[in-house]
Design a protein around this ligand. Structure first.
Ligand SMILES: Nc1ncnc2c1ncn2[C@@H]1O[C@H](COP(=O)(O)OP(=O)(O)O)[C@@H](O)[C@H]1O
Ligand SMILES: N[C@@H](CCOP(=O)(O)O)C(=O)O
Length: 323
């Protein structure tokens, strides 16, 4: 589920009076997602998504997220476009929450990515990185490497009860990553959560990306590392190098990778696996009472981390150094 805030018809009508999107025909809560409350709005002007931002999204970050979507739209990058109110504001308030309307993106996500899907995602990711080079706002990565140790500290006592041996392994990994993290690679705006549920396709062609609410300024190659984790492992935990090759080559065809970025992929992939393992562990141990949210299992990301620890060369991700 992701409808934390119930919106009644009267409040919605008052809210929509500030927009120029026609008469409301229907509003339906959307079950998918975990962070915010989302509604599918049908009006005489078209189909839209209404999002009420819940506690985990910081209100001060909303101008970055909505500005980024508007910037992407202006560059022709396929993503939801914020709909401005009659007074020009992209952000509004509904039922005591910050709220915004964005355009509906056609397409469906895939639960079984093929190498063709991976190539499309890689290409789209590079295009996002290129389209946002001149985006003027900045947002630090609240879940970047400096956040991982404090995040783990809040769950470390219970970690071995979730995954035996996790505490010692994560402590060692944090020490290694802090020493070896490649902090000087090219950076820019990254999506930071480009999992299959956040990518839409029409047939096999990329339709666009959604859910930019972790977007931030970070090492660009870290976004590829997130995708290697999210797109290139099978349900049985096996790494699929054909998908990884398709993804990295799809990316590099649009934005060539430097030798330093390719060399750093194994360590970036370790960091990305750890980041999702830690946030999932955190949520796993703190399922809100009466919530209909199903917490995500940290174990697959712990196994992915173990896989990346054994990687000796970026060639194991299907990408060769050019020089
Ligand atoms: N612009 C959009 N166009 C079409 N569907 C959308 C759009 N935004 C969200 N959705 C739908 O809402 C669901 C939840 O959105 P998402 O942004 O992933 O929520 P959360 O941030 O809570 O995880 C998506 O899986 C998708 O089905
Ligand atoms: N992709 C993250 C969780 C964030 O969920 P989303 O619905 O906002 O994409 C994970 O898999 O741990």
């Amino acid at each position: 589920m992701a409808v934390y805030t119930a919106v009644d018809d009267a409040a919605l009508e008052v809210f929509l009076a500030d927009y120029d999107i026609g008469e409301l025909l229907s509003a339906k809560g959307i079950a998918e997602g975990v962070e915010n409350s989302n509604y599918l709005l049908r009006t005489t002007g078209g189909i839209f998504i209404l999002t009420l931002y819940e506690q985990r999204v910081a209100v001060e970050d909303l101008p970055f997220f909505l500005g980024l979507l508007a910037h992407c739209a202006a560059k022709g990058f396929k993503a939801p476009e914020p709909v401005a109110r009659r007074d020009g504001a992209l952000l509004s308030t509904l039922c005591g929450r910050s709220a915004a309307i964005v355009t509906f993106l056609d397409g469906i996500s895939t639960r079984r990515p093929s190498p063709t899907h991976c190539a499309e995602v890689g290409r789209g990711l590079a295009e996002l990185h290129l389209a946002t080079v001149d985006f003027p706002l900045r947002r630090a990565n609240a879940l970047g490497i400096d956040a991982w140790a404090p995040l783990f500290a809040a769950s470390a006592e219970d970690a071995d009860g979730v995954i035996p041996g996790m505490r010692a392994m994560v402590d060692e990994e944090l020490t290694m990553l802090t020493e070896c993290w490649p902090r000087t690679l090219p950076d820019g705006v990254i999506h930071a959560d480009l999992f299959p549920d956040n990518v839409f396709f029409i047939g096999r062609a990329l339709s666009g990306f959604i859910d930019f609410y972790f977007a931030c300024n970070e090492l660009l190659a870290y976004d590829i590392a997130i995708c290697l984790n999210a797109w290139c492992f099978e349900d049985d935990g096996a790494f699929n190098v054909t998908k990884a090759r398709a993804l990295t080559l799809g990316y590099a065809a649009r934005r060539p990778l430097s030798t330093a970025e390719v060399t750093a992929l194994p360590i970036l992939a370790r960091g990305a696996a750890l980041r999702f393992c830690l946030t999932r562990l955190h949520d796993w141990l703190r399922v809100p009472k009466n919530a209909l949210v199903t917490p995500k299992d940290p174990a697959p990301y712990f196994e992915r981390l173990r896989f990346h620890q054994r990687v000796r060369s970026p060639a194991e991700y299907g990408i060769e150094l050019q020089d």
